[in-house]
Write a protein that binds this ligand. Structure first.
Ligand SMILES: [Zn+2]
Length: 306
């Protein structure tokens, strides 16, 4: 039985969390998945953000609607309504089935989450909520309803991009994400219809959905099938971009991708010495030929799945 890939777990989880998550909560939840995966534990997030209406529907379950009671919170009474909570479960080795048994692996996943600053519902005295993780920064739901928002600490150590050895604009990372990655996400979102992906949260986190959107834009530009899968046809559709010969659209795609990979670059469509330098540094880091020209081989490193 093949092991489910980390990327699959991250992708599904990011999708299930939905838009509107607090960036630090989201990044921390993804980090729980990464760390657990290293220990052979497969964590997946089933839910994150819930609107008041969704919460009210859930509250009705077991009361005025069929099913058993799953929550005591109405709309506005759950930390899920403010993007500050997630629910998780474990999957089987191949990732095809959810398991809900609260065993040692489950407790280990909760311990990892707690080390990143989450409160675990399994520690609650009155109503044990084993799948539930939240970060409230000490605020009550009443305070959250009134508009207060917590200032949370990112303990993942992943929000800071690796410094580029080759120039850039020196923008400093914002908590929970970077302004440059937000710029890349805003740039990508203008292609969401044509490249058929769901609008990205502009949260500055370079997660798998952002990379998926960039790959789809690559396929759009290359006029090949837009399926979000890197393969020989997509590779064949990628032209070479260099200082002497480049197009603004492709260059912006290259710059946005490099930004999401941690490089400090402006997304300005100009393939200058900064972009060439970043491409060379990236090529060196990937162990492919270093020529400062972004072509099919370099794109393959960007988008292939391990
Ligand atoms: Zn929950």
């Amino acid at each position: 039985m093949a092991r489910v890939s980390l990327d699959t777990l991250l992708r599904r989880s990011e999708r299930n969390m939905g838009n509107g998550m607090n960036p630090i909560v989201k990044q921390s939840a993804l980090e729980v998945i990464r760390r657990a995966y290293k220990e052979g534990i497969h964590v997946q997030i089933s839910q994150g953000m819930r609107t008041y209406a969704e919460q009210n529907r859930l509250y009705a379950q077991g009361r005025t609607a069929p099913g058993s009671i799953v929550t005591n919170a109405r709309g506005g009474q759950s930390n899920h309504n403010f993007g500050l909570a997630v629910d998780f479960f474990l999957t089987t080795w191949d990732g095809t089935k959810a398991t809900w048994t609260v065993n040692d692996n489950w407790r280990r996943a909760a311990a990892i989450a707690k080390s990143l600053g989450f409160e675990w519902g399994g520690d609650w005295r009155s109503f044990k909520d084993y799948p539930h993780l939240e970060m409230t920064g000490g605020l009550s739901t009443a305070q959250l309803r009134a508009g207060s928002r917590p200032s949370l600490t990112d303990r993942t150590g992943t929000a800071t991009p690796s410094p580029s050895s080759n120039g850039g604009n020196g923008s400093s990372p914002a908590p929970g994400g970077t302004e440059l990655v937000k710029t890349a996400q805003r740039w990508a979102n203008q292609y969401k219809e044509e490249a058929s992906f769901r609008e990205l949260d502009v949260d500055g986190l370079n997660g798998p959905l952002t990379m998926d959107a960039l790959l789809r834009i690559c396929q759009l530009f290359g006029k090949t099938a837009i399926d979000g899968i890197w393969g020989p046809r997509t590779k064949a559709s990628v032209p070479e971009q260099s200082i002497t010969d480049h197009q603004p659209g492709w260059t912006r795609l290259i710059q946005a991708t490099l930004v999401c990979l941690g490089y400090n670059l402006n997304i300005d469509g100009i393939y200058g010495t900064n972009t060439r330098g970043a491409i060379s540094a990236y090529q060196r880091s990937q162990g492919i030929g270093v020529d400062g020209i972004a072509g099919p081989e370099t794109f393959e490193e960007f988008f292939k799945t391990a």
